[in-house]
Ligand binder design. Sequence first.
Ligand code: 26V
Length: 825
Amino acid sequence: TVVKNPTAIGFDKEVFKKNVLDNLKSLFRKTMETASQQEIFQAVAFEVKDLIIDRWLATQKAYKEQDAKYVYYLSMEFLMGRALGNNLINLCCYDEVAEVLEELGLDINVIEDQEPDAALGNGGLGRLAACFIESLSTLNYPVYGCGIRYKYGMFKQEIHDGYQVEVPDNWLENGNPFEIKRPEYTQTVKFGGYVRIEWDAERQRNRFIHDGYQAVNAVPYDIPVVGYGNNVVNVLRIWDAQPIQEFNLASFDKGDYLQAVEQENLAKNIVDVLYPNDNHYSGKELRLKQQYFFVSASVQQAIRKYKETHSDLHKLPEKVCFQLNDTHPTVTVPELMRILLDEEGMEWDEAWDITTKCCAYTNHTIMAEALEKWPVDLFMRLLPRIYQIVQEINRRFLIEVEERYPNQYNKIRSMAILYEGQVRMANMAIVAGFSVNGVARLHTEILEKRELRDFYEMMPEKFNNKTNGITQRRFLLHGNPLLASWVTEKIGTDKWITDLPLIKGLEAYADDTKAQQEFMDIKYKNKLRLAKYIKEHNHIDVDPNSIYDVQVKRLHEYKRQLLNILHVMYLYNQMKANPQMDFYPTTFIFGAKAAAGYKRAKETIKLINSVADVVNNDPDIRGRIKVVFIENYRVSNAEIIFAASDVSEQISTASKEASGTGNMKFMLNGAVTLGTMDGANVEIVEEVGAENAFIFGMSSEEVMAYEANGGYHPEEIYRNDPDIHRILDQLVDGTFSHGDREMFREIYNSFLAPSYGRADQYFILKDFRSYAEARERVNKAYQDKARWAKMAMLNTANSGKFTSDRTIEEYVRDIWHLKKVQVTL
Ligand code: 26V
């Protein structure tokens, strides 16, 4: 391929080869002949870590010399995926290593496949964090990604008889060759106990002493985050929990004994598992423990590091910014206050001034059920001193509200941090942060005009938008090497790798028949690759000449996978009634994990698989409609899926999807969006032009207007539209369930007789006709090969805005104010 290496100087194939063989010997006592592919992966990965180490040292040295400002990106989730391939790409020696492996009789793809995904995240929010730290490295900015080293990441999904089964993800089973344990940076985190007040005669004020607590050690593991071709290596620091003192069986003192056992237990389960919920809050104590655990360790570490070279904590904001990835790390605010007040002896006002200049908050959803509201009793029991500080923050803020809005109790009701026995984390993040951002223009507008209206009115200067982005190094260069090389050839430079807007150069080829042919040939090859993957993993034959119409994302009602599959049922009915209908063969591809306790989501997976069973095996259909549910959708297979897609399904109920990032990955890879005017789809359409996308459905304004009126009446649609009537009836007449009339009863009821809430909350029936009509347009458009090729190419060509490099430059300009650091070896 064409990726030429600016900094692979020093890469010596023969040395690399020899070292890999040596690693095999020293790690496993094996030779190339006897080693397994997994062992070879380990040997290669250790060698790659070796390539990284000198750059890593040089980077941290350069930061120190320049006394650089850091952003601490605090996130419960980093959905990194695999590291080997992307590290090689960013070290600019992917091709060279592929050659070495080939000379050893190995296929680099097979070696890469040995690596488990680092799935320390659920979906959009976690993957965004991963793209961000990669972009920060590539753009020469100092960052610490701070998170949790979950023993079990996102569960593996298996499909048994059409149902989702969750299997634990023991991702560290074979060790992680890229991580480095840093016991010397261990921090202590305290839970429970009580707060004692002592009079400090010397300083003439009260001292708050936290006693009777249980403590846990937080031990960091560092994972390198390699920038593209610039020698920069930043750190993803994930914390493991260890008991304070080794459990001492010889202890005679019963009090000590019990305390030792308790502390050991506390340490044991804190980092056990990632909560597999996406968008649904449930006030679990363990989750709050996880939050405070990694936040306290990270903040203590940041302060300690700062104090190594600075004496005045008042200038902390010049060197440190804490970016809160959603409200999950919001205890950063009271934790920083605690350190400044109790450990550094500052006065409230000084501490508050520093804290509010250091913290910034990103909002990722307006879904009410995702809002974190901790019960006060739980919160104060687990974090007694932190709770006191929250009370004081709240007290002082409410005085401000009262001054600004005398006697307007509604303002207090909406903005108070402590309200009706709950700690409202978003309110605390907004009150204490100097920046509050949404993740797409429409989303930020909805925050300002609706969800956070009162805050926006009171402190408009805090609000800003940062439309999300994705890294083209992973989602084009690594995931779609054929298209990557072709782009470079066509636009005559590989500079798009770090300057994505250059990809606009492709526009010149939009009407060029030869280029169209080449573009579609590459798409075809990628479709073959995905067909092979599906055959191997799902045992379904897929026709690479069919349209690949794809919806991959977490399963959630607002994302409306149900609308998609209901429409497949409708198409099936049409084709049964009219076998000669004009229809270009289409493969409807789904991939989605459902939160383990999300019943409706799990029923929807079963419905998709049940429809697949019937449609795929009906001889009347002659394979013209296929439905495929790809098991265990995750970052590594996502790369293959995006590259192979023709149609990108982005069909959320307008106003509900904050941004979406999958939509951008599809666009970059030349898939055409079939979507609603929601989240970043709005900006995608703006970039590519409405004629190169298929837009349908209600606007966010319409949706919100209906919601304000308590919903709409889906039963009218059911009564008046015979096709819709039919598919809903088919949910309960056994058509797709071997005669079982109860299997999909609850889905049916959700449209017509919901047991709680409104009927058809997500406006599926209301948007159905408009969706069906858009899908017809897609099917027609695809039959005009030249037109489709042009549209697809224009999507790739106009995806420049959606690089996370652009997003990061905006964060740096408006919020973080970092300086670029050059690193030389
Ligand atoms: C929320 C919660 C709620 C409490 C329980 C555990 C848990 C875990 C994760 C989340 C995150 C939900 C928010 C989220 O993922 N939002 C997504 O963020 C993407 C990146 O900004 C954005 O593209 C998606 O539109 C948005 O849904």
